[in-house]
Design a protein around this ligand. Structure first.
Ligand code: NAD
Length: 252
């Protein structure tokens, strides 16, 4: 197993990619601390119970709104009080609203940047400090192909994901001396239930697929596999990288 007994914190752990990653990490022997909003913890009770039955003490879920720094610090304290020292952090929580730049409100901007960029930074700072007291570790930021290239109706999202890609490099430089590797994964459109509906309703299902050279959408497993590689010892010399899981989208 690639992650035997490694304490792994995953944000947005009850979303589509988060759930897939949680199961993959658990099967690889990790102790997973999944975090998400209270609302998600209530709505995904069935998933939490199922995974809890299957994996027992290997799985912990703690609620935390990562846009609030105080909640992040309280999460850090709860992890330490349990005597756990994280070796892996996946900053996976992320949000977006589709809309043209001229219509973006201050509230929209602050919400998207607050979760996607500020949340990922302060989670990294909090969990990174715990890693520094331990054996070091690996952080993966889930960015997006839209952090490298732009697309319509996503100005705050594109800005947040571009920021996350360069934040990855900045943390890689500062934290290498503590044995902490920091990388980012840049998925193309992932065929989650929510996305499939959006792609169908907007009539863009075929248009966007034609823009992906491999002519298929990514799956949550495709993304989780790339993350698993980065956090495993197989990537022990790799840090500061941005790996696109995009079927060739960014090669054009
Ligand atoms: N789905 C895609 O096509 C796609 C493509 C590229 C990148 N991504 C990125 O992958 C990540 C996961 O996407 P997904 O498709 O699973 O999305 P999702 O909406 O299914 O899951 C996101 C999770 O983040 C949680 N979350 C939202 N705000 C939060 C907050 N303030 N604090 C803590 N948790 C919060 C949500 O409750 C949800 O469980 C995101 O960062 C997203 O930007 C997704």
């Amino acid at each position: 197993m690639l992650l035997e007994k490694k304490v792994s914190v995953i944000t947005g752990a009850l979303g589509a990619i988060g759930q897939t990653m949680t199961r993959m990490f658990l099967r690889e022997g990790a102790l997973v601390i999944g975090t998400d909003l209270d609302k998600a913890v209530r709505e995904e009770e069935a998933f939490i119970e199922r995974v809890g039955r299957e994996f027992g003490d290997q799985y912990i879920i703690l609620s935390c709104d990562i846009s609030k720094v105080e909640e992040i610090r309280s999460l850090g304290r709860k992890i330490s009080e349990r005597g756990l020292v994280p070796e892996i952090l996946v900053n996976n929580a992320g949000i977006n609203y589709l809309g043209y730049a001229r219509d973006v409100t201050e509230e929209n901007w602050d919400h998207i940047l607050g979760v996607n960029l500020k949340g990922a930074f302060f989670m990294s700072q909090c969990i990174g400090k715990l890693m520094m007291e331990g054996k070091g570790g690996a952080i993966v930021n889930i960015a997006s192909q839209h952090g490298e290239v732009a697309n319509l109706q996503r100005a705050p999202y594109c800005a947040s994901k571009a920021g996350l890609i360069n934040l990855t490099r900045a943390l890689c430089l500062e934290w290498a001396e503590y044995g902490i590797r920091v990388n980012s994964v840049l998925p193309t459109f992932v065929l989650t239930e929510k996305n499939e509906q959006m792609l169908m309703q907007s009539g863009r299902y075929r248009t966007y697929m034609r823009e992906i050279p491999l002519r298929r959408y990514a799956t949550a497993e495709d993304v989780a596999n790339a993350v698993l590689f980065f956090v495993s010892d197989r990537a022990s010399m790799i840090t500061g990288q941005a790996l696109a899981v995009d079927g060739g989208y960014l090669a054009k």
